[in-house]
Design a binder for this molecule. Structure first.
Ligand SMILES: [Zn+2]
Length: 167
């Protein structure tokens, strides 16, 4: 298990391994999403320093972040299931939270209101758990020319190597 680099040249033509990067199992679905880089804009506490603002930090981030659109990324059965379950859980928490919020508001009762707020807030957890960048372990390289896959499965790495060496 190591980090492998998928060249942008393969990504742009959709030549990707037939197995999922995490489990090395044959793809059940192919997904399209955008992979972001993680530019280092310094520690969050920097905004506490004079002359540094959260806005400036955001501008610096958006100036340096690289986006790599990917089409046909392989997801195996297990990945598809994790994604489905986490998105359903996030939806139940979020929309259940909204219903409780409205009900609490209409009834003038505090507890459903608070429960609803907690539900909406907690929906972030399963949502990010099922997010494609986390699920696939991918991030764009700092220059945006390739995609890095953390802890890639050996089968994925082998297939990728074959794609790179066989034009
Ligand atoms: Zn998988």
């Amino acid at each position: 298990m190591s980090t492998v680099e998928v060249p942008g040249a393969l990504i742009s033509v959709g030549r990707l391994p037939s197995v999922c990067a995490r489990h090395g199992i044959g793809a059940r679905r192919r997904v399209r999403f955008v992979i972001k880089s993680r530019p280092d804009v310094g520690p969050v506490t920097e905004v506490l320093h004079p002359g540094k603002t959260a806005l400036g930090r955001g501008v610096e981030y958006s100036r340096r972040v690289k986006l790599v659109p990917v089409d046909g990324w392989p997801l195996c059965e297990a990945c598809v299931r994790v994604r489905l379950v986490s998105l359903v859980a996030a939806g139940v928490l979020f929309f259940g939270g909204i219903v409780a919020l409205v009900a609490g508001f209409v009834a003038g009762s505090l507890w459903p209101l608070l429960g609803g707020l907690v539900g909406i807030f907690l929906a972030v957890v399963p949502f990010s758990w099922g997010s494609l960048p986390r699920l696939t372990g991918t991030e764009a390289a700092a220059d945006g020319e390739s995609v890095l896959v953390k802890d890639a499965h050996p089968t994925f790495a082998t297939e990728l190597q074959a794609l790179i060496t066989q034009p």
